[in-house]
Design a protein. Structure first.
Length: 440
């Protein structure tokens, strides 16, 4: 059942992102009077499709292979590799008949839409699901919770966070964001004195390997509501309103600490002590293989001191979150090419992405992940690889600089090479993700 839920979330996310990406190409093409012959969600490989209909000059449909989608633009060398249309003289309504700058806009249209979509999804996520945040001032009142991994690089329980790489953030979560895990300097206050701690450049690898918390806000962990999909907490006797006090005799002081403790006992049992109506109650709960017992948490720091997102602050923070996703994907690719990161450790296929969504349908997690994937798709499509939008854009930039287009044979060969590279990468990443799951 969990596998079906993972697949369902992935297919829905792909359907949304692919449709809007291709819509970006479609609208730009139509704006310049270019004929679009097909608009397909998913691929109709070998001519097989789930259904289709024709409106005007365009055939709209859904293919059977959920690995993407496409628009077939008249007079363009694309995934279809249709060379017959290139044998005749260019027609005014064909892609190849338009100025290079117009064709460039058509190609970048999908990337722009993915960027906008990812940003808007982040705004929606912050407003509708995360709803509020803990300020750094609030987090510093009792000092932070430092996970075991943070302690290894010099953090201590109760440290107060001042700045990260010379920047101060009002939102505490920004101190444990992508910027932090890719290394840098964090200034903290300890015993009334400021000091600087170095976060190593490969800290992201350490976090991924150990699955532990970095830093978090201290607070009381309450059970907000029980999960209808995962009943371990309910079966153990946990009730809404309970406060989690201990896990296996370890006092719980933060949500990250709690999830780390559960993860280390995944697939087994944990002893819980909860506070209920002024009494302490001992319970035993099963933990699933992902390290969950099945409840929605609520963390109480200081009453009334969580800051709600307004539209203005959500717009501001969504921009930062979006920029971080794109920027640190660029950084990550740089580390892959420099040899600092192994590709098999960081590049994921659709199988790996599905596991990120998880076997429980959580709309908050769904929209946040979908926002991130939309931005990653924009970045990936902008890479100068033949068969991707970025590859087409490179040839168009060449044409705008030299004043003459690349030969059609060169474009055709580049398309074949690009498709071969992408198919090879897809097979390798799927195989790697499957092996990673099997070997766990």
């Amino acid at each position: 059942m969990q596998g079906l839920i993972m697949a369902g979330q992935l297919i829905l996310a792909l359907a949304i992102l692919v449709t809007f990406h291709e819509l970006g190409h479609f609208l730009a093409a139509r704006a310049f009077g270019i004929k679009v012959e097909k608009f397909y969600l998913f691929f109709d490989a070998w001519g097989k499709k789930l259904f289709s209909f024709k409106r005007g000059e365009t055939e709209y449909g859904i293919g059977w292979l959920p690995l993407g989608g496409y628009v077939k633009i008249a007079g363009m060398i694309d995934e279809s590799v249709d060379t017959e249309q290139l044998k005749s003289e260019p027609q005014p309504w064909e892609f190849r008949a338009k100025p290079a700058w117009q064709r460039f806009i058509v190609m970048i249209g999908g990337i722009v839409v993915n960027l906008i979509l990812g940003y808007l999804f982040f705004v929606m996520y912050l407003m509708a699901f995360e709803k509020d945040y803990v300020s750094t001032d609030v987090a510093n009142q009792d000092g932070i919770y430092a996970g075991a991994i943070a302690q290894e690089i010099g953090f201590q329980q109760g440290d107060k966070i001042i700045s990260l790489n010379g920047k101060k953030y009002d939102r505490f979560n920004d101190f444990s964001s992508l910027e932090a895990i890719f290394g840098g300097e964090m200034v903290i206050e300890r015993d009334g004195k400021e000091m600087t701690l170095e976060i190593p450049g490969d800290f992201f690898r350490i976090l991924k390997k150990n699955k532990g918390a970095f830093i978090d806000v201290r607070g009381e962990l309450l059970v907000k509501e029980l999960s209808p999909e995962l009943a371990y907490a309910k079966d153990a006797g946990l009730l809404a309103g309970d406060q989690i006090l201990k896990v296996n005799d370890t006092a719980v002081v933060s949500f990250s600490q709690f999830t780390t403790l559960l993860y280390h006992h995944r697939g087994g049992d944990v002893n819980l002590v909860v506070g209920r109506s002024g009494n302490e109650v001992s319970l035993v709960s099963r933990v699933d293989t992902l390290g969950r017992i099945g409840f929605q948490p609520e963390v109480i720091q200081y009453e009334g001191q969580r800051t709600p997102y307004t539209l203005g602050s959500a717009v501001k923070y969504a921009f930062k979150d979006s920029w971080d996703v794109i920027y640190y994907n660029v950084v990550g690719f740089g580390k892959i090419f420099s040899g600092e990161i192994k590709a098999q450790e960081s590049v994921q296929s659709i199988v790996g992405i599905a596991t990120l969504y998880g076997g429980v349908w959580d709309w908050g997690r769904f929209w946040r992940l979908t926002a991130m994937i939309s931005l990653v798709l924009a970045f990936m499509n902008a890479l100068p690889i033949p068969a991707l939008d970025g590859g087409h854009m490179v040839f168009l930039v060449y044409e705008m600089i030299t004043g003459k287009p690349a030969p059609e044979r060169v474009l055709l060969v580049a398309q074949y090479i690009g498709m071969a590279l992408l198919l090879t990468l897809m097979v390798l990443t799927i195989g790697n993700d499957v092996w990673r799951i099997i070997s766990k």
